[in-house]
Design a protein around this ligand. Structure first.
Ligand SMILES: Cc1ncc(COP(=O)(O)O)c(C=O)c1O
Length: 357
């Protein structure tokens, strides 16, 4: 059974750079029902009158859901039961738009002063309204398929701020990526071959980043660890020269602008990001020494989340960025980060009614 989507929206979704303080005045109507979108985006919005009045720093750490003394669950001060009662169909996912904003803002604030792109990893949740909201906040998008790219375009993302990842990209998806001018990460020998073919078909040069496997243990579950040597993702460092030689020989089709690594997901120790960044800037030095104009360091996905609701104090985006800030500045780089779950996971709950017990 598919669930619908309801939102507790922020007062305004658009505050592009410079993004400092989100506007906090709320429209006068307490409940706002959006016209349902055509399937599969059956959306409904419910607007909280009581958006948080906490200062931004505290807001970053605040969870939008709380259990009140009356025993009911509240989201941004709105009783979830009231939303359920005012909603025709269930189950539905209830999202807090202010929480999405706060999550994005935490990365945005951490990156202040650094030329950067926050690319939301669409795989974390590809709801169109969420994509549009994040795009309105200034987010780019990280994609793993042609369909995700189409979705990102439909949500209005700037293709120049989109990155296509994946170790099995299809030629047709690469063709679309080249046409739209998104960054493409090179993951393997055959991936490079396909990217060159796509560039030839479109007749356009493509901006690429080499996804290097830095062989750093992310200390996470093996199923989400992708940055150690035995993982199927990324280029092994001993193969790097082969890739550089090939990129050189296709310099009319390929423009190597950066390097990428993604160690894995659910990382909760920020030193791990720094260890990888140290290795990556060394690769950048080597690659630049061969005449390539490397402008971007992409450090992959964002922080882990409190999956088990233990109340564990997790590092913030500021903690993460602080571990790599000086390295990025020292090499005059643009930083790309690709958070997924840390932007969206704590913003939503599934609401349903028990029908029989
Ligand atoms: C290449 C890449 N970037 C970004 C992400 C998003 O990671 P996270 O949800 O941990 O931020 C993933 C997750 O699988 C990924 O594989």
């Amino acid at each position: 059974m598919a669930a619908a989507h309801s939102f507790l929206p922020h007062s305004s979704s658009s505050y592009l750079n410079p993004l400092k303080t989100p506007p906090n005045s709320l429209p006068s109507k307490p409940f706002l029902f959006f016209k349902p979108s055509p399937k599969p985006f059956n959306l409904r919005a419910v607007l909280s009158e009581k958006a948080s009045s906490l200062p931004p720093q505290q807001q970053q750490l605040k969870h939008c859901f709380s259990k009140s003394q009356d025993g009911f669950l509240y989201c941004e001060g709105v009783k979830v039961q009231d939303v359920l009662d005012s909603t025709e169909k269930r189950p539905f996912y209830l999202y807090s738009k202010p929480q999405i904003t706060r999550n994005f803002q935490a990365y945005f604030d951490a990156l202040e002063g650094l030329p950067s792109i926050i690319g939301y990893a669409i795989k974390a949740n590809n709801n169109l309204k969420i994509l549009e909201h994040l795009r309105g906040l200034g987010s780019g998008a990280v994609l793993v398929s042609g369909n995700e790219l189409k979705l990102a375009l439909r949500a209005g993302f700037d293709p120049q701020r989109c990155i296509l990842n994946g170790n099995g990209k299809l030629l047709e998806d690469l063709v679309l990526a080249v046409e739209e001018g998104v960054f493409v990460n090179v993951d393997s020998e055959f991936d490079l071959e396909n990217i060159v073919t796509a560039a030839k078909i479109v007749g356009k040069k493509v901006r690429i980043l080499l996804r290097i496997n830095p062989d750093v243990d992310p200390q996470v579950h093996p199923y989400v660890a992708t940055g150690n040597k035995n993982s199927k993702f990324g280029i092994r460092n001993e193969k790097l020269q082969w890739f550089l030689d090939n990129v050189k020989s296709y310099s009319n089709m390929l423009n190597l602008v950066g390097v990428h690594c993604h160690l894995g997901s659910t990382i909760t120790k920020v030193d791990i990001f720094r260890d990888a960044a140290v290795l990556m800037v060394n690769y950048i030095d080597e690659i630049r020494a061969q005449g390539f104009n490397i402008e971007f360091l992409n450090i992959g996905g964002g922080l882990g989340i409190d999956y088990h609701h233990t109340g564990a104090v997790l590092p913030t985006p500021m903690d993460l960025i602080n571990t790599v800030r000086e390295l990025v500045i020292s090499r005059n780089l643009n930083l790309i980060i690709e958070p997924g779950r840390s932007l969206i996971a704590n913003t939503c709950c599934l609401v349903n009614r028990v029908t029989w017990c």
